[in-house]
Design a protein around this ligand. Structure first.
Ligand SMILES: CC(C)(COP(=O)(O)OP(=O)(O)OC[C@H]1O[C@@H](n2cnc3c(N)ncnc32)[C@H](O)[C@@H]1OP(=O)(O)O)[C@@H](O)C(=O)NCCC(=O)NCCS
Length: 379
């Protein structure tokens, strides 16, 4: 084996088979268990997509109602998590808070080491409900505001916005956010899903696998990009600054966040859907300048990067859409996580159902045959 045998970044390596998601990066296609993302974004709710990912089929009305009740039953904020949030919020940013909270949820779940399919599905629903509550409560507590109790009459996404802001979202806000949740739910073998799979492959439990995934999603080359896009757009401020800002970034060898993708070599279909929604939300938002500036930045980059396979990805427009919904930038990546929990757990169901330890190799390129030197003889 030589270093030329290494698939850097595991690009092009198939690690497993899945029935959850198919991406055609050249055509810009994203399909969850046979359903095109454009159809799901138009017709499905987040709860239906969660059911689809966990069962590889869309639910009947009774099945959907069953899942909704399961999520409702798990929506409350556990007292130990509330105490934790009150202790941590001045020290720890939201993604790490979520990572810690998931491990604590595992610690207090007596069934955490039960890896049967039925229990794992229960845990998947529990985490889906509770992670949203954790992020909403964290945001309330850090502002010195009372935690908002969940509302049983609201769907998962609308209830999250309600718990976050204390105000019931209007129909367009609720639908826009729900579509964003649908778009982020699943994306084949991305870095955070792979992390979750590696952890689960040791037969560690679902909570630890999800904590690994959250830690991986946090990085700016993955889920952290949406917050980074917001910072770029905010720093640009005005259309006339776009060229100088981008030129300076590229001259420093930096990447424009929200652009480029390991798999898509055309515009990410999720960016197309979010842009469409953005036009609607902009009509009623006092923060539309972020969206308008994102459009100008996109157009500028299309010319600047012409000929390179670098196009907007999902994070490019999610930043300004969330901003227009009144969500603070440091919650954009946690929001990615509270949606992707469905895809992560769906992959974990597949992994636990047909497990093999993930343990690749590395090509050794260090020194060999060295004589051991006693410490007093080392320089
Ligand atoms: C997502 C990403 C990590 C994929 O990267 P990758 O598949 O490892 O691709 P590479 O890092 O090998 O990049 C290939 C080339 O495109 C360039 N490139 C990639 N993304 C770029 C970006 N956002 N801005 C400017 N140049 C970029 C690289 O510099 C490299 O150029 P070179 O061949 O001249 O050195 C990368 O596109 C990126 O960093 N994007 C910004 C972060 C982001 O939005 N992440 C969210 C993804 S959903």
């Amino acid at each position: 084996m030589t270093t030329s045998d290494i698939a850097r970044g595991l690009e092009g390596v198939n690690v497993t088979a899945t029935r959850l998601c198919r991406i055609d990066g050249l055509k810009g296609e994203l399909v969850y268990s046979g359903y095109d993302i454009f159809d799901l974004a138009e017709h499905s709710t987040f709860e239906e997509v969660a059911f689809l990912l966990w069962n590889q089929r869309l639910p009947s009305s009774e099945e959907l109602a069953g899942l909704q009740s399961k999520l409702l039953a798990e929506r409350s904020l556990d007292p130990i998590i509330e105490r934790l949030l009150r202790e941590l919020h001045t020290l720890v940013r939201p993604m790490r808070t979520l990572e810690i909270a998931v491990e604590v949820l595992g610690a207090i779940d007596r069934n955490s080491s039960d890896l049967t399919n039925a229990q794992l599905k229960q845990t998947a629903a529990r985490l889906t409900a509770k992670m949203a509550t954790v992020i909403a409560a964290y945001h309330r507590i850090r502002q010195g505001l009372p935690v908002v109790e969940p509302r049983d009459d609201l769907g998962h996404s609308a209830n999250f916005l309600y718990m976050l802001t204390g105000r019931e979202p209007n129909a367009l806000e609720a639908r826009t956010f729900d579509v964003a949740m649908v778009l982020h739910a699943e994306h084949e073998m991305n870095a955070s899903t792979f992390s979750a799979i590696v952890t689960a492959s040791t037969l560690s439990d679902m909570y630890s696998a999800i904590a690994s995934a959250i830690g991986t999603l946090k990085g700016p080359l993955h889920g952290g990009a949406n917050e980074a896009v917001y910072k770029i757009v905010d720093a640009i401020g005005e259309e006339q600054n776009i060229a100088s800002y981008v030129e300076a970034m590229l001259a420093r060898g930096e990447r424009v966040m929200g652009i480029g993708h390991r798999v898509y070599k055309t515009t990410d279909p999720r960016a197309i859907i979010l842009e469409r929604l953005g036009h609607e939300v902009a009509k009623q938002s006092p923060d539309r300048k972020y969206f308008d500036l994102s459009l100008k930045l996109r157009d500028y980059l299309a010319k600047k990067l012409e000929g390179k396979p670098l196009y907007p990805n999902v994070d490019f427009f999610s930043a300004s859409v969330y901003k227009m919904l009144g969500i603070p930038a440091d919650l954009y990546t946690p929001i990615f996580a509270i949606s992707r929990i469905t895809g992560w757990t769906a992959h974990l169901l597949e992994q636990y159902g047909d497990n093999r330890l993930v343990r690749p190799n590395a090509v050794y390129e260090g020194a060999d045959n060295r004589a051991y030197e006693p410490i007093e003889e080392r320089s």
